[in-house]
Write a protein that binds this ligand. Structure first.
Ligand SMILES: [Zn+2]
Ligand SMILES: [Zn+2]
Ligand SMILES: [Zn+2]
Length: 148
């Protein structure tokens, strides 16, 4: 089992305290599972890292971590939920989903495309008088496991 990095632990303490919660052992285990993974995980996959937590309390804890802006939930069209560390921890990126098995991978776009999207968000914000406009962009296809 890998430990939580100092920087994530400090951030977690701060952000949980801000919503009146604590960094419990279970929350620490969940965060370290997500930190150790290179891609978003399902609750069952997180449970493999930390089998001491019951699935029901896992959902409760993930909920709290979401509220504390430490974890983001990604939901597929087939209602499959994946969890990953929040974007201000992981850095901005996009997702590639398999339409057959539901697996989700992180993908990074070329810098010039991100800049273009940023510009587009700005002009949309002006045109429609929306504040803090962000963009979300997903890709979907069949993964190599499902295609073989
Ligand atoms: Zn697949
Ligand atoms: Zn991601
Ligand atoms: Zn982007």
């Amino acid at each position: 089992m890998s430990d939580l990095s100092i920087s994530l632990e400090t951030l977690a303490l701060e952000q949980l305290e801000a919503i009146g919660s604590r960094l419990t052992k279970s929350r620490k285990l969940i965060l370290s599972a997500l930190e150790a993974s290179a891609k978003p995980l399902t609750v069952t996959q997180i449970a493999k890292f930390s089998n001491k937590i019951a699935i029901s309390s896992m959902y409760r804890n993930l909920n709290v971590l979401e509220k504390a802006s430490l974890v983001t939930k990604i939901v597929n069209e087939n209602d499959f939920a994946f969890y990953e560390l929040d974007e201000h921890v992981l850095g901005h990126h996009h997702h590639l989903r398999c339409v057959r098995c539901g697996t989700v991978m992180d993908v990074e776009l070329a810098e010039e495309i991100e800049q273009q999207l940023h510009k587009t968000a700005k002009s949309i914000s002006k045109k429609y008088k929306f504040k803090n406009v962000e963009h979300f962009l997903d890709f979907a296809g069949a993964c190599s496991k499902c295609e073989s």
